[in-house]
Design a binder for this molecule. Structure first.
Ligand SMILES: [Zn+2]
Length: 110
């Protein structure tokens, strides 16, 4: 389980990354990896309000198993609560569950 310190450092690194361009977003859309086309529907990644993360399983391989992402989301949520930063986890969405996705709450950060 990730510690709060690790989570904060991940968010810090993400903050330094370049924002996703409309063209990059549109490529993901055309590949079926996103429901947002980047032009008429803007992603939170384009505005610098979201990150995607990957989880490594017990054998050190990247996994897409939803339960792994759920466990890490608890650590993100815990750290965010302690820091007073409202976040949303993509795995909580009902229409399109996006386990690797964390974003700043758009009610507060627009
Ligand atoms: Zn995402």
């Amino acid at each position: 389980m990730a510690s709060k310190q690790q989570i904060v450092s991940v968010l810090d690194e993400a903050d330094k990354e370049a924002k996703r361009s409309a063209k990059e977003q549109n490529t993901l859309f055309r590949d079926g990896a996103s429901q947002l086309d980047g032009y008429s529907r803007i992603s939170r990644h384009q505005t610098g309000h979201a990150i995607d993360y990957v989880v490594y399983d017990e054998s050190g391989k990247v996994t897409w198993g939803f339960s792994y992402y759920e466990q890490v989301s608890w650590a993100f949520k815990q750290a965010a609560r302690e820091l007073g930063v409202p976040i949303k986890w993509g795995g909580d969405w009902t229409s399109f569950k996006d386990g690797p996705h964390i974003e700043l709450d758009r009610q507060v950060y627009s």
